[in-house]
Each structure stands twice: as structure tokens, then as C-alpha cells.
Design a protein around this ligand. Structure first.
Ligand code: ATP
Length: 245
């Protein structure tokens, strides 16, 4: 008997069903259904205050949901907290970079290896791997993070998020404060890594024009709801984007 091809669709990397999240009793996301597919770069855009960061933080367990399900690889998670998500291959590049200005890049990475739970015997190789993805890190490795440019700090933040070798990367406005050229310098290596490894990326961005260049799918949010799903090429002229804002 010949083996039958497996037609089972791959499970979604992350999914929410009926998600409800808010602050102090005021809901931000209501009955929110969302899907992140394997090996895609999904760009999440929308007005300030639409709830994009809230979604990312909730998916990573930094904000607690009030109701609904969060599914990882098709299975509902009982507890959603950063350590559990990191161990399962999800990593977050937080809004505002989240780096300690007084630490050198080397110290930041050392701490990152520890908090990602990388076994001591694998740490040197893991660092080498991150440096192979972002070689520019070597140029300022011994400098204090607080003395670096915005683009360099963002590279440190992304490098730290890669230390766990994630298969799913959540990025909250990595381009904030960066010129378009810097955006591409920073994110093209991540796009390449994503293509090489099949990693899934959820990218929240205000810099829509640059973000669309490296995205496979776009979701537009407004006031806590998804108002449009599209391919990047469907939104690549300003008029179409303006309709959504
Ligand atoms: N810690 C918090 N406490 C209270 N309200 C909050 C908190 N964080 C966010 N909010 C509110 O929740 C709503 C959604 O905010 P969120 O940061 O998720 O939006 P966003 O789409 O990421 O916007 P931005 O692009 O401005 O970051 C906003 O009204 C915001 O004021």
C-alpha cells in the first residue's frame, strides 16, 4: 500500500477566539477573532489606540485576557504567560525596545540567554547564531545600550528576542523613530531569516509603507476590531490606505 499524502492543513501558529481584553473594566478588544498562519509575516496596522499593542501583549501574557481563548498550534492555552510562550517558541520585541541603558550589549545578551532558558552549554553557539543573523551587533557589542543610536538599540532588542530561536516573533513597532532606510536595514535580515526558517511574524507598525514591503498579509484594526484583511499589494497606494484611516 502506498502512503497517502497528508492533506491535513498545518495548524495556525496563534489564534484567538472570542478574546476579550480591557483595562480597569473598560474593554479594548471585544469578541476578537484573529489568526496568525505558519510562515507568514502579518502586518497589523490601525489608528493609535486601536488595540494593536494590547493584542500583542495579551498573546504574550503581559496583559491578562478577561474572556475567550488563545490557541497555540491549534491548542487552547490554559495559562498565557511570557515564560510559557518563550518555551513554546514565541518571542516578543516590545514597544519602546525594553532595553536597560546602563548595560552593555554583551551584558544584555547574557541576561537574555539566561531569561530565555538557553542551557549553559548552548549559549556560545546561540550567540554566534544571532550574530550571524545581525552581524552589525558586533560593531557595538561592548558599548552601553543607552549610548547607542535608536536603530542600534532596536537591533539589540531584536537580537535579544532571537536568543530563544523563536518560530514565532511578535514585534511591536520596531521602526519607531527610524528613517525608512534604517527600517529596511533592520528588518530585511529578519525577513530573510523568516523566509529561510518558516518563522511566523506578527508585526505591528505605524510605518505602513515600509512594513508592507516585507509583509505577506495585512490586517487593519479600528477601535478594537478588525475592519479589513488584505494583501500588501491591495493597499499599496495611498488613496486606499487613507480610506481605512
Ligand atoms: N496599561 C493601560 N492602562 C489603561 N489603558 C490602557 C493601557 N494600555 C493601553 N490602554 C488603552 O487601551 C487602548 C488601546 O491601546 P493600545 O496601546 O493597545 O493601542 P495601539 O493600537 O497599540 O495604539 P498605539 O499605536 O498608540 O500604540 C487605548 O485606548 C489605550 O489608551
Amino acid at each position: 500500500m502506498t502512503a497517502q499524502p497528508n492533506h491535513e492543513p498545518q495548524p495556525l501558529v496563534l489564534e484567538t477566539r472570542g478574546l476579550v481584553v480591557g483595562y480597569g473594566g473598560r474593554p479594548v478588544l471585544r469578541d476578537f477573532d484573529f489568526k496568525l498562519r505558519p510562515a507568514e509575516v502579518l502586518c497589523l496596522i490601525g489608528h493609535n489606540g486601536a488595540g494593536k499593542s494590547t493584542l500583542l501583549k495579551t498573546l504574550f501574557g503581559l496583559v491578562q485576557r478577561q474572556d475567550g481563548q488563545i490557541m497555540l498550534d491549534g491548542r487552547a492555552l490554559e495559562t498565557v504567560e511570557p515564560r510559557r510562550l518563550t518555551a513554546a517558541g514565541v518571542s516578543l520585541v516590545p514597544e519602546g525596545r525594553g532595553i536597560f541603558p546602563g548595560l552593555t550589549v554583551a551584558e544584555t545578551m547574557k541576561m537574555g540567554l539566561w531569561s530565555a532558558g538557553v542551557p549553559a552549554a548552548e549559549r556560545a553557539d546561540r550567540l554566534d547564531w544571532v550574530m550571524s543573523v545581525l552581524p552589525a551587533l558586533k560593531q557595538f557589542y561592548e558599548r552601553r545600550a543607552g549610548n547607542l543610536s535608536g536603530g542600534q538599540q532596536q537591533m539589540v532588542s531584536i537580537g535579544r528576542a532571537l536568543l530563544s530561536r523563536p518560530r514565532c516573533l511578535l514585534m511591536d513597532e520596531p521602526s519607531i523613530g527610524l528613517a525608512p532606510k534604517l527600517f529596511q536595514d533592520l528588518l530585511q535580515p529578519i525577513r530573510q531569516l523568516q523566509k529561510d526558517t518558516g518563522m511566523a511574524i506578527l508585526l505591528v507598525e505605524q510605518n505602513v509603507k515600509e512594513a508592507l514591503k516585507i509583509s505577506d498579509r495585512v490586517v487593519v484594526m479600528k477601535s478594537g476590531a478588525i475592519i479589513r484583511e488584505a494583501l500588501p499589494e491591495e493597499l499599496n497606494d495611498n488613496a486606499k490606505l487613507m480610506e481605512l484611516y
